[in-house]
Design a protein. Structure first.
Length: 437
């Protein structure tokens, strides 16, 4: 077989690190890949076919659907060679060039496109056959090397993302975040990239659970704020504040939908589409010139139901991992806002069924007890729980006062409880139990 050292009419791209000695000298005909010839068949085609090559003519060299091929670029004269230099697009497969001797500039151009070997256009078929085998094996080794490099880059990417998440969640520097990943890998007898992937995937699942859970809460919060704005005793500044909170809640719903689409990509598309459709219905009710609380409440229930379905699908993926606790904690936000909404509607809508108010109290107490008894630990969790306890008592007092003050007290208590629950969720998301699973 010809080599760069014994034939002045041949050049080979200098791919350092390739083990040429490990390449086989002979290959069964059945192992020969497809040979793509461009722009037409070379004079050696008949002999190559007799040696087992499957030839196909193509207008441009590119990796075929079969995925395994060698390219043969035949340029019988300098004009044909010059035409190939008009494009800079890489071929995407190993290529042998048959042409008159290229100039240094032409050599650089064809090397950049993926030519691995040059031979004279009139090279004999036997030499070309051996050269094609060489290029096939060289291409496979280069591909394997590129795949290994890409895998290393992917591992580094996951590790960097995991470090960034730990730094943000735990308030630590890069060295401490890397040490945490490394120690976790040693303790679990896992590879560092595997731990890093787990941290990233858990973080994304946690964020998706939090945002899907927030949609449940916001469905009730929006109706509560719309009801508050219709309370006749509300002062103008308080009405403007309620409208600002209502607008911010609507913006948060839209932002959650956009971020959920990024996190889920094409996954759970049907469930997410149902949430989007429900929000469109509620948004239309909010934009009506004649606000109708009953219509808004009906649309909000649809948003709540569709969001519940999405949370349930995400919770199934969490399984028994600590990240699944987020679904329970985010449900407390929903229950707190629904409780305040029911209290306000019972004050503002004649004949509104007030049984939901008593049921909501029991439901919140039971749900909160489940979260309280969960095996959670972390320096930020206990203060967060204490704040929730205090805010819950404030809301209860608002539900028990005289009717004249009930609306304001319920609103203030539910806002305080919501803020405390948001802090609790942030503390849980920063817990190593959740991050490291």
């Amino acid at each position: 077989m010809p080599t760069a050292g014994n034939d002045a009419g041949l050049f080979l791209a200098p791919f350092w690190g390739v083990n040429f000695e490990a390449m086989p000298d002979t290959v069964p005909a059945s192992a020969l890949p497809l040979l793509l010839c461009s722009p037409e068949m070379p004079p050696q085609a008949a002999v190559l076919q007799s040696q087992g090559w499957m030839l196909r003519t193509v207008s441009e060299l590119a990796l075929p659907a079969e995925g395994l091929a060698v390219g043969l670029l035949w340029c019988p004269d300098c004009t044909a060679l010059a035409q190939q230099l008009h494009s800079e697009r890489a071929f995407g497969l190993p290529v042998v060039l048959l042409s008159p001797p290229p100039s240094p500039e032409q050599r650089r151009a064809v090397l950049a496109r993926g030519v691995l070997l040059w031979l004279p256009a009139d090279v004999d078929a036997a030499t070309l056959h051996e050269a094609l085998l060489w290029v096939r094996d060289l291409g496979e080794q280069l591909q394997a090397r590129d795949s290994a490099v890409q895998a290393k880059l992917e591992e580094r990417k996951w590790t960097e993302r995991a470090k960034g998440l730990l730094m943000q969640a735990r308030g630590i520097d890069e060295a401490a975040a890397f040490a945490l990943l490394r120690n976790t890998a040693m303790q679990t007898q896992s590879k560092l990239p595997q731990v890093a992937r787990g941290v990233v995937h858990t973080s994304e699942l946690a964020e998706a659970l939090e945002r899907a859970g927030a949609q449940r809460m916001l469905s009730q919060r929006i109706v509560k704020l719309q009801a508050l704005r219709q309370w006749p005793r509300l002062a103008p500044p308080e009405k403007r504040e309620a409208q600002a909170l209502l607008d911010a809640s609507a913006e948060r719903v839209a932002a959650n939908l956009a971020r959920l689409a990024e996190l889920l990509r094409t996954d759970l598309a049907e469930e997410l589409a149902a949430v989007s459709a429900a929000w469109a219905q509620l948004d239309a009710a909010l934009g009506s010139r004649q606000p109708d609380l009953a219509r808004s409440d009906h649309a909000a229930q649809r948003l709540l139901d569709s969001s519940e379905t999405l949370v349930a699908r995400l919770s199934e993926r969490a399984g028994q991992r600590p990240v699944g606790l987020l679904a329970q904690v985010t449900r407390l936000r929903l229950l707190s806002q629904r409780l305040a909404k029911e209290g306000l509607l019972s004050q503002l809508l004649p004949g509104h069924d007030a049984s939901g108010l008593a049921a909501g109290l029991d439901e919140f107490v039971k749900a909160y007890e489940q979260v309280r008894t969960a095996p959670l630990a972390g320096p930020a969790l206990q203060p967060a729980f204490a704040a929730v306890d205090e805010a819950w008592l404030l809301l209860l007092r608002g539900l028990r006062v005289e009717q004249g003050d009930a609306v304001q007290r319920m609103h203030q208590g539910s806002e305080r409880l919501l803020q405390a629950l948001e802090v609790l969720i942030q503390a849980l998301q920063g817990s190593l139990q959740l991050i490291l699973g």
